[in-house]
Design a protein. Structure first.
Ligand SMILES: N[C@@H](CCC(=O)N[C@@H](CS)C(=O)NCC(=O)O)C(=O)O
Length: 208
């Protein structure tokens, strides 16, 4: 009898798309074949999820993004194509990083590539819902900024998380006006006058 190989279980031609809209846009940390910038419809990105591991701790949870249903909204990010036997490995990694440590669940959404040459296709996305124990919910940009500037976790400072997402949007989606994200960035930068308002200094510290 022939041995069952991983190729039998997950043929090379099988592909899975994973959509990232938070830390996954700058740090996927799993093997992927290709990536595309684009968006999903029906969701808005909000800094309404708590994080007591990566960017905060149990006493001072940080603030990270999740998706909130909104028929009139869309969220920009990156879709990554994973193929063949790398699918199992990437899902195992993301399950730990997103679900176990982050409290996210998975949903299947339609991803629309910005490059019109590619057709929309389905993608897996990790979302933290409001029934999650570390979900923090809505707050003003000022309240969110005050929390972000004071939190740090095992992966780094919460400011880095914010500024890397801002960096991604400005670099790859310059045409998109993400008022929620940029109002939190402005509130965060205004909390640090001692840095003489230098964005470079803040970026240097946050991404050190
Ligand atoms: N699921 C969102 C958010 C992912 C996210 O930011 N998850 C946190 C877990 S709470 C994380 O992985 N953080 C790693 C980091 O902060 O560098 C995405 O698709 O990007």
């Amino acid at each position: 009898m022939n041995q069952t190989t991983s190729e039998d279980i997950m043929p090379e031609k099988t592909s899975l798309w994973i959509f990232g809209y938070g830390s996954l846009v700058w740090k996927p940390d799993f093997k992927f074949r290709m990536s595309k910038v684009g968006y999903i419809q029906g969701y808005k990105r909000r800094f309404w999820h708590g994080d007591n591991f990566h960017r905060g701790d149990k006493d001072m949870p940080g603030r990270v993004v999740t998706l909130v249903e909104d028929d009139d909204a869309c969220t920009w990010g990156v879709a990554y194509e994973v193929k063949g036997t790398e699918i199992e490995e990437s899902l195992k990694y993301l399950n730990t990083r997103e679900a176990v440590l982050g409290g996210y669940i998975t949903k299947v959404v339609e991803f629309i590539p910005r490059d019109g040459g590619h057709l929309p296709h389905l993608a897996l996305v990790y979302i933290a819902t409001c029934d999650n124990p570390i979900y923090l919910g809505p707050a003003s940009p000022e309240e969110i900024a005050a929390q972000i500037t004071t939190c740090r976790g095992k992966t780094g400072h919460n400011i880095e998380y914010l500024l890397r997402l801002v960096q991604f949007m400005r670099l790859y989606c310059p045409e998109v006006e993400d008022e929620h994200l940029f109002s939190i960035e402005a509130a965060t930068l205004s909390l640090m006058p001692y840095m003489l308002g230098s964005k470079q200094a803040i970026h240097a510290i946050a991404t050190a």
